[in-house]
Design a protein around this ligand. Structure first.
Ligand SMILES: Nc1ncnc2c1ncn2[C@@H]1O[C@H](COP(=O)(O)OP(=O)(O)OP(=O)(O)O)[C@@H](O)[C@H]1O
Length: 255
């Protein structure tokens, strides 16, 4: 078996809140292979976002270690793209200048990378918005622009922290579909935090169920290939989808 892209090894994380110590994660270990799409689900406060920040190199673990491609994470890696619930678009920049922002900051903006960013914008159905400003776009369109900005960096690892949770159901389903299409053939390894079990089931190859607090891994659910091979919308009609959903739901109720 290939060595994992992401490895979280006996990691704990404690925060200090004024004088009080908050134990966010008790020792947690898991690894993710290349091109896997793994979702983290669990009750509020069980440490899901903390795990993403540790993998992104934005926070150091209290003990244990996180490795990416076999190397210990000590700072944010350019191989990682990170997308949040808030789109964080800059209102004074056009869509074109927003999708180029990450490339500019990383010093990799050139004719080729800019044209790739524009190609992604077209793929996500927003080619016509190139010279518009974020205020002229709907919430779903803004989030699509944020996704293009993240994918434009061509990261090997994509971290998604509830990226669609602020959207209405129609936009959410549309974006899930666009995300899957955009990831096809690009070989990215994805780690998603979501509260939406349907979303986790429809997008993932594997789901890690956490419990708190402090957060720890409770169960790993492999998504059957018959479901995995379908696009997000039709997965929901697969006869195994509802039983899996109820199984996960019950697991979280016990958390
Ligand atoms: N910067 C911080 N300082 C102090 N405590 C923190 C900090 N960040 C997170 N925590 C605490 O660590 C624990 C885990 O937080 P985290 O945001 O990782 O959980 P989560 O599972 O992502 O929650 P949610 O689902 O509500 O977003 C919580 O108890 C939270 O209050």
């Amino acid at each position: 078996m290939e060595s994992p892209v992401i490895e979280v090894n006996e990691v704990t994380k404690h925060y200090w809140n004024m004088e009080e110590e908050v134990r966010a994660l008790s020792p947690i270990s898991f690894s993710i292979q290349s091109s896997e799409f793994v979702s983290l689900v669990g009750p509020s406060g069980c440490g899901k976002s903390t795990i993403l920040s540790l993998v992104a190199g934005l926070l150091p673990p209290t003990s244990g270690e996180v490795t990416l491609f076999g190397k210990k994470v000590t700072y944010p890696s350019p191989r990682v793209g990170y997308m949040l619930q808030r789109d964080c678009l800059l209102d004074w920049r056009t869509v074109k200048d927003n999708i180029n922002l990450g490339l500019e900051l990383s010093g990799t903006l050139n004719h080729q990378t800019e044209s790739h960013a524009r190609h992604l914008l077209n793929e996500l159905g927003l080619g016509h918005t190139l010279h518009q400003y974020p205020a002229q776009l709907s919430g779903g369109m803004r989030q699509r622009v944020a996704l293009v900005r993240t994918l434009a960096l061509q990261p090997d690892i994509l971290l998604l922290d509830e990226p669609f949770s602020a959207l209405d159901i129609q936009n959410k389903l549309h974006l899930e579909d666009l995300l899957v299409q955009a990831l096809k053939g690009r070989g990215m390894t994805t780690l998603l935090v979501t509260h939406d079990l349907e979303e986790a089931l429809a997008l993932s190859t594997r789901i890690l169920v956490l419990t708190g607090s402090p957060g720890r891994l409770k169960r790993t659910v492999e998504i059957p290939p018959a479901i995995r091979s379908l696009d997000p919308l039709p997965t929901r009609d697969h006869p195994d989808f509802r039983p899996l959903f109820h199984d996960l739901w019950k697991e979280l109720e016990k958390s």
